[in-house]
Design a protein around this ligand. Structure first.
Ligand code: MLT
Length: 429
């Protein structure tokens, strides 16, 4: 393959380098394009534009491949704990037993939330959206750890911030759940593993002995968090990199990522799935009717939780999560009309030529919403769980951007507004 491409612009021929990724991905390096030609490229939404090279995650949308640091998502989800995968994303290698123990111990030392932060949290309106509470709390951590703000941060200070974020995120997520139910906060227990501790803080009660979740639930939660851990340059990860590129601190960068994930077109999709299922249930549960509405080009209704921007045939995460979903529903013996509707939708989408031809397969958001509902999470809390899983991925992307000393992100534009015109005084407008 050629190492350069030639472009002829206004009769002038220029050569631009070609970048070849370790999995055969190809890119034209346009870093010098504007200097050489005065031209920029335009790619609204950056769907054809690489913002960076990266060693963290590889995904192949056509083949349904997702790997983290070279390991397949299937093996990681099947053989690792969430903290093992978090370590892999952050450090580039799977931890030894000693490294994982040290990582877990460091995290367990920082699981409590400062009393001042808890006081701020108590002022949040009870019914406020969990994602707004989460992004506010994570941003506010920077107020309590001012040394994290140093733009020329030393590695130790940053590593402390990384540990604090991983340690406090489950505690904060559980606090938000408790606030929703008007229950007292359950403090972290450092004798529990990461996921069990999170489940205990969430579903346990201060008046009862420690919550002992069913191993099937712990396994499903580990898998769910692993499946959401990173997904290369998605909207929220790109936001974290963008904010971090200005040398803003890690707390504020992660808070920005949480706010990007909040959107219904991104992390809010699992919430949209359940709201769609609720809508079908409220309408009498006639799945066939809603399938036909989704097919009707004159009808604005679209199936949420089906298809994907990047995966063209199937979302590898969905295959894994479907099994976990079936296990959880069987274990919990859940009988829920919403979940019955979901199963009918899934069966139709997997067999109806209309959906098969359009690659509208159930994606990770479809199944995660079902599991979260079966576990008892309120619908508007689902994206908080997505954020809990995505945290190590966001941090890894931010670290990679910083360690490579990437410049501040500053995209260009093509101006299409008014030509120069004389100012008009108020009396003449
Ligand atoms: C994700 O996991 O971030 C979502 O699938 C969205 C994406 O990758 O664009």
């Amino acid at each position: 393959m050629s190492e350069t491409v030639k472009i002829i612009l206004e009769g002038k021929e220029i050569e631009l380098p070609v970048i070849l990724g370790s999995e055969g991905e190809k890119a034209i390096d346009i870093n010098k394009l504007r200097d050489l030609t005065g031209y920029i490229t335009l790619d609204i939404g950056y769907k054809n534009t690489g913002a960076t090279t990266s060693k963290i995650t590889f995904l192949d949308g056509e083949e349904g491949i997702l790997r983290h640091r070279g390991y397949s998502i299937e093996e990681l989800a099947d053989k690792c704990s969430f903290l093992e995968v978090s370590y892999l994303l952050l450090h580039g290698e799977l931890p030894t037993e000693a490294q994982l123990k040290d990582f877990e111990d460091k995290i367990s030392e920082h699981t409590l939330v400062n009393e001042g932060l808890e006081a701020m949290f108590k002022a949040f309106p009870t019914g406020s959206h969990p994602m707004g509470q989460l992004s506010s709390m994570i941003s506010a951590l920077s107020l309590f750890y001012p040394k994290s703000l140093n733009p020329h941060r030393d590695e130790d200070a940053i590593n402390r911030t990384v540990i604090r974020l991983l340690a406090k995120m489950p505690t904060i997520c559980a606090m938000i759940y408790k606030k929703r139910h008007g229950h007292p906060i359950v403090f972290p227990r450092n004798n529990m593993d990461y996921v069990t501790n999170y489940l205990n803080m969430t579903f346990g009660q201060v008046t009862e002995p420690d919550y002992t979740p069913d191993p099937v639930i712990v396994s499903a939660m580990n898998k769910l968090l692993i499946l959401h851990a990173d997904h290369e340059q998605n909207c929220s990860a790109s936001t974290v990199r963008m904010v971090g590129s200005s040398q803003s601190n890690l707390y504020s960068s992660i808070s920005a990522g949480i706010n990007a994930l909040w959107g219904p077109l991104h992390g809010g999709a699992n919430q949209e799935v359940l709201e769609m299922l609720e809508q079908i249930k409220e309408d009498g549960g006639d799945v066939e009717k809603w399938i036909n509405k989704a097919k009707d080009k004159n009808d604005s209704f679209r199936l949420m939780g089906f298809g994907h921007r990047v995966y063209k045939n199937f979302d590898p995460r969905a295959k894994i999560i479907k099994k976990a979903c079936d296990d959880v529903l069987e274990k919990l013996g859940v009988s829920d009309p919403i979940l019955e509707i979901a199963k009918k939708l899934e069966e139709t989408a997997l067999n109806d030529p209309y959906f098969v031809e359009r690659k509208l397969f159930p994606n990770v958001d479809f199944y995660s919403g079902i599991i979260y509902r079966a576990l008892g999470f309120p619908t508007d809390f689902f994206t908080v769980l997505f954020a809990l899983g995505r945290l190590p991925g966001w941090i890894s992307q931010w670290q990679e951007m910083r360690r490579e000393k990437q410049p501040i992100a500053r995209p260009r534009q093509i101006y299409t507004g008014e030509a120069p015109r004389p100012f008009v005084a108020m009396k003449d407008r």
